[in-house]
Design a protein around this ligand. Sequence first.
Ligand SMILES: *[C@@H]1O[C@H](CO)[C@@H](O)[C@H](O)[C@H]1NC(C)=O
Ligand SMILES: *[C@@H]1O[C@H](CO)[C@@H](O)[C@H](O)[C@H]1NC(C)=O
Ligand SMILES: *[C@@H]1O[C@H](CO)[C@@H](O)[C@H](O)[C@H]1NC(C)=O
Ligand SMILES: *[C@@H]1O[C@H](CO)[C@@H](O)[C@H](O)[C@H]1NC(C)=O
Ligand SMILES: *[C@@H]1O[C@H](CO)[C@@H](O)[C@H](O)[C@H]1NC(C)=O
Ligand SMILES: *[C@@H]1O[C@H](CO)[C@@H](O)[C@H](O)[C@H]1NC(C)=O
Ligand SMILES: *[C@@H]1O[C@H](CO)[C@@H](O)[C@H](O)[C@H]1NC(C)=O
Ligand SMILES: *[C@@H]1O[C@H](CO)[C@@H](O)[C@H](O)[C@H]1NC(C)=O
Ligand SMILES: *[C@@H]1O[C@H](CO)[C@@H](O)[C@H](O)[C@H]1NC(C)=O
Ligand SMILES: *[C@@H]1O[C@H](CO)[C@@H](O)[C@H](O)[C@H]1NC(C)=O
Ligand SMILES: *[C@@H]1O[C@H](CO)[C@@H](O)[C@H](O)[C@H]1NC(C)=O
Ligand SMILES: *[C@@H]1O[C@H](CO)[C@@H](O)[C@H](O)[C@H]1NC(C)=O
Length: 650
Amino acid sequence: MIRRLFLFFSIFVFVLVTVTCQTTTTTKNNSRTFIVDYPNDRFLKDGQPFRYVSGSIHYFRVPKQYWQDRLKKMRSGGLNAIQTYVEWSSHEPMPGQYDFDGQNNLIEFIRLAQTENLLVILRVGPYICAERDLGGLPFWLLREPNITLRTSDPRFLRPVNRWLEILLPKIRPLLYENGGPIIMLQVENEYGSYGCDLNYTIHLRDKFREILGHQVVLFTTDGNGDGYLRCGHIPHVLTTIDFGSGTNVTKAKQTLYRHQEFGPFINSEYYSGWLDYWQSNFNFVNVNPFIETLQELLDNNASVNIYMYHGGSNFDFKASGNGGDENYQPTLTSYDYDAPINEAGDLNEKYFAIRDLIAQYLPTDSIDERNIKAVSEKMSLPPINMTFVATIFDLLPFLANKTLSKYPLTFEQVNQAYGFLLYQTNLTFHPTNPAILSVPGLRDRAHVFVDQRFAGILSRTQKYFNLSILAHNGSELSILVENQGRCSYGCINEHRGIIGNVTVNHKHLLINWTIYNLPFDEHSFIDTVTQLLQSKTTLQFESNYYRIPSIYIANFTLPKLPGYPLDTFLQTNGWSKGVAFLNNHNLGRYWPVAGPQITVYAPGPYFNRAPNSNEIILFELDESPCWYDSNNNCQIQFVKQHIVNGTYAN
Ligand SMILES: *[C@@H]1O[C@H](CO)[C@@H](O)[C@H](O)[C@H]1NC(C)=O
Ligand SMILES: *[C@@H]1O[C@H](CO)[C@@H](O)[C@H](O)[C@H]1NC(C)=O
Ligand SMILES: *[C@@H]1O[C@H](CO)[C@@H](O)[C@H](O)[C@H]1NC(C)=O
Ligand SMILES: *[C@@H]1O[C@H](CO)[C@@H](O)[C@H](O)[C@H]1NC(C)=O
Ligand SMILES: *[C@@H]1O[C@H](CO)[C@@H](O)[C@H](O)[C@H]1NC(C)=O
Ligand SMILES: *[C@@H]1O[C@H](CO)[C@@H](O)[C@H](O)[C@H]1NC(C)=O
Ligand SMILES: *[C@@H]1O[C@H](CO)[C@@H](O)[C@H](O)[C@H]1NC(C)=O
Ligand SMILES: *[C@@H]1O[C@H](CO)[C@@H](O)[C@H](O)[C@H]1NC(C)=O
Ligand SMILES: *[C@@H]1O[C@H](CO)[C@@H](O)[C@H](O)[C@H]1NC(C)=O
Ligand SMILES: *[C@@H]1O[C@H](CO)[C@@H](O)[C@H](O)[C@H]1NC(C)=O
Ligand SMILES: *[C@@H]1O[C@H](CO)[C@@H](O)[C@H](O)[C@H]1NC(C)=O
Ligand SMILES: *[C@@H]1O[C@H](CO)[C@@H](O)[C@H](O)[C@H]1NC(C)=O
């Protein structure tokens, strides 16, 4: 009944919109159209009924050199569309500084998809979640005092508008109606799980329409539940839902239609796997239940996006955390996701099962499958001896800018996006020993040193905010804080670093801090380390460097073998926790003693062929094997076997 009423309303809106557009765009080639046929619960592409089976791939998680390879594999898997998020933080790293080049060349990525005969579903957000730092929002938004992200707070809307006015005009020529591959754009992301500020979501909708025209298909994605859809739904925007295998599809469909009486049934995130945290088990999704529910969706005429189809990697410091004070957990460097195309681009059982199923539902184009190699060859290299360069304390004069402040400052206050901050102060009193150092505002993990000797580790995940130390009047206290990833979900408005005061024995407030910036961003960090090495002889490793975070480096040459360099995996057995840099690429964090990820993906294109032209730098935080055996065991290795699903330590 209500469905009938809505039908009339939808037709009315549709006619109104069509008329408006025809009056403003007279030169449009009308043969390229993509619209929602609400009354018939379907899409019409060029006037013909249409549905998509798409897969998620994020350009920012796949080395640019592999974009085409992965897209080809997706097309050969039977998909007719791909879905990607747009990561604002990568494109506007500092306010008003834009980056659409190289790895951030979103336009090229979209064009490549079109070349591979794939339509594109673009999830603009600007909040995207995606297990990325701050859900893809730039960290500098949090420099604005009292800003409330993802609301109509003008402090948030101003930079959002500026960003959309840069981004959307670049997107407009890529819309389907303008000859490009983009059929739909997503507004916000699972907003119903977060807030209920309709002024905000309507503002976004109108901004998209203002720049992209009124014909463009906009949609929202929310969890499969009335509670999510109530606030996630935006009037006159197509509503879609997300859920994984084993879900009752009939029930999900009923839930969707309670909030949108007519329109195509769409699952925007049908989960091929799941996200993974350090110090947790790897999550698997089995092929059979996955295929069963997919078939049920397709039998229900649904359009489906498989999330993820190819997960890729969280290179750099871009992996997020989740959970907040109750249960903060950082996500892995790998975003393998147990997806049909694994982290290194190889096809697995799920890929072929999906392909065979889709073939029964979608018209299959002529695809040259002979060009698709299911598993690419990998290389292994002989063990590489790492050379100790310097401790973090040695490096301070070369690497770090510093700020003096009475109370601790956050990453945002010192204008640093990612990496580490070192907080230093001198005790001006003699504490009763052992003294309790308290850092309740810690985000997220810290190494504590008294007079540059290791005193212990604090961890938000493990809820260790107090440490017993031995100190005296005049002792220099250093706290090296790692930002393990701003929350993408559950704790979005959080700052990083030390967000409160630090005390000793719960009564002495520590003041007069020197705060060193250690962003370790790819270029400045590697340049500085390299220059440092060239300017003086390597420092000797000394026994009192025990557990002081330090830099190690090695030069190496690839064997002269055909096809090299190939993909490989960094194995850091014996090392504990740190960050690995390969030739100007931050490969991300390694933490094999925590697991479940044991090795780190090192893409072939990141290596060089010339002799001695490869450089690997580790910043090891906890404990290096060099300490135990400086001659024989100070090694890393590149191996053929990737382990993301290993055992984990709790
Ligand atoms: C309109 O688009 C169709 C489909 O892309 C194309 O075949 C046709 O040549 C175009 N016509 C004009 C006038 O551009
Ligand atoms: C932020 O909010 C606090 C508490 O409401 C208020 O005291 C302060 O003035 C606000 N700061 C700014 C810059 O608006
Ligand atoms: C939404 O806008 C209306 C009208 O401007 C205003 O009265 C209302 O307080 C706003 N709501 C929120 C949540 O900002
Ligand atoms: C799925 O949901 C429908 C509608 O709520 C219900 O009738 C059906 O029994 C459910 N199926 C299963 C297997 O639970
Ligand atoms: C799917 O669409 C076809 C064609 O419009 C229709 O005949 C059929 O009833 C639909 N199936 C379901 C389960 O909605
Ligand atoms: C220190 O800050 C200046 C100005 O922001 C910047 O140009 C420079 O690169 C920074 N130096 C280091 C070592 O980070
Ligand atoms: C601590 O004291 C030493 C020695 O006086 C001084 O060189 C250093 O700058 C002080 N550190 C801080 C953080 O104030
Ligand atoms: C730190 O302590 C000072 C002095 O008591 C206080 O003014 C300040 O607000 C405290 N800072 C935080 C973040 O609690
Ligand atoms: C902190 O610094 C201020 C200004 O330099 C100085 O007057 C004060 O004595 C210092 N206090 C402590 C406890 O270090
Ligand atoms: C690596 O090799 C290059 C070229 O031989 C040399 O310039 C550089 O100093 C070496 N670096 C290290 C860490 O050995
Ligand atoms: C690495 O170090 C070991 C032990 O000192 C030595 O035997 C080996 O030759 C070294 N390997 C390379 C490639 O230098
Ligand atoms: C873990 O991954 C490896 C390599 O991809 C695979 O062979 C193995 O079956 C996986 N383990 C489980 C329990 O699935």
